[in-house]
Design a protein around this ligand. Sequence first.
Ligand SMILES: CSC[C@H]1O[C@H](OP(=O)(O)O)[C@H](O)[C@@H]1O
Ligand SMILES: Nc1ncnc2[nH]cnc12
Length: 285
Amino acid sequence: MVGVRKLTVTRAPVSPSELGVDSLPYVGVIGGSGLYEAGFFSEYFEVQLHTPYGLPSDNVVIGRVGGEWVAFLPRHGRGHRYPPHRIPYRANAWALWALGVRAVISVSAVGSLRQDFAPGDFVIPDQFFDATKGREYTFFDGPRTCHIQIGLEPFNPVINQLLYEEASRVNRTHLGGCYVCIEGPRFSTKAESRVWRDVYGCDIIGMTLVPEINLVRELGMCYSLLALVTDYDIWVPHQPVTADLVERVMGEKLELARKVLLNVIPRMPRDVHVKCEEVLGNACV
Ligand SMILES: CSC[C@H]1O[C@H](OP(=O)(O)O)[C@H](O)[C@@H]1O
Ligand SMILES: Nc1ncnc2[nH]cnc12
């Protein structure tokens, strides 16, 4: 089944009948650089969703994994049309939430800031540091003012563990690590990279985690990241990061990343979001 359904959502979440399915997708996958198609759906259709925050990066593809519907959205859009600082993060998060998604697994290419996280390895981070400069960080722009608390577990530990188990079956994988999110779109200077590593104590670097991770949580969804190390950023002098290098290494490991997703999705507990929703309970002034 292939086709595009158009939906303007005024009341969320949508109902299964509005979407034309028997049950809403619980798991949503956000694909990063190189991952523009899910590639593991047995049956699927696309939804063009108009949100109060505009159009997402692309149509959301809803497809079956086993008996479950799963939503897939490429954060840069097909053809990588949105650079990291222009991604419609709010529309993306809101679209997934409106479609019923409560557990988001994101995939990203990252640079490594330490020797033992080598290109080709997977990392499942457990902390992040925000070094972005000017994005749309929140759904709470006033008059409703809310400050969500995601500091202890910004990435969901249950999903992290599932990702780790499935990823380490197929590839070298590290559980835990701090992701520093830079503004981009340029890569870091050597001086900056040294600061991320030695002063901030971060382990991996990318440009897209923030505000994706906090917007997802503001809507009560859980979030975890399958990060693929594509490079050593700028601190291995003979091999500085380039966009080409990132896409090439990602291309080499794409099928493994898909395999991990395919194996994690059926293991996702249906109540994993309950703890993630709790941050909304005491966040608003
Ligand atoms: C294509 S090179 C840099 C680009 O790759 C990463 O994106 P994503 O997290 O979507 O895989 C990085 O953050 C930059 O946006
Ligand atoms: N070194 C790096 N810096 C920022 N984003 C990246 N994405 C992949 N490698 C990166």
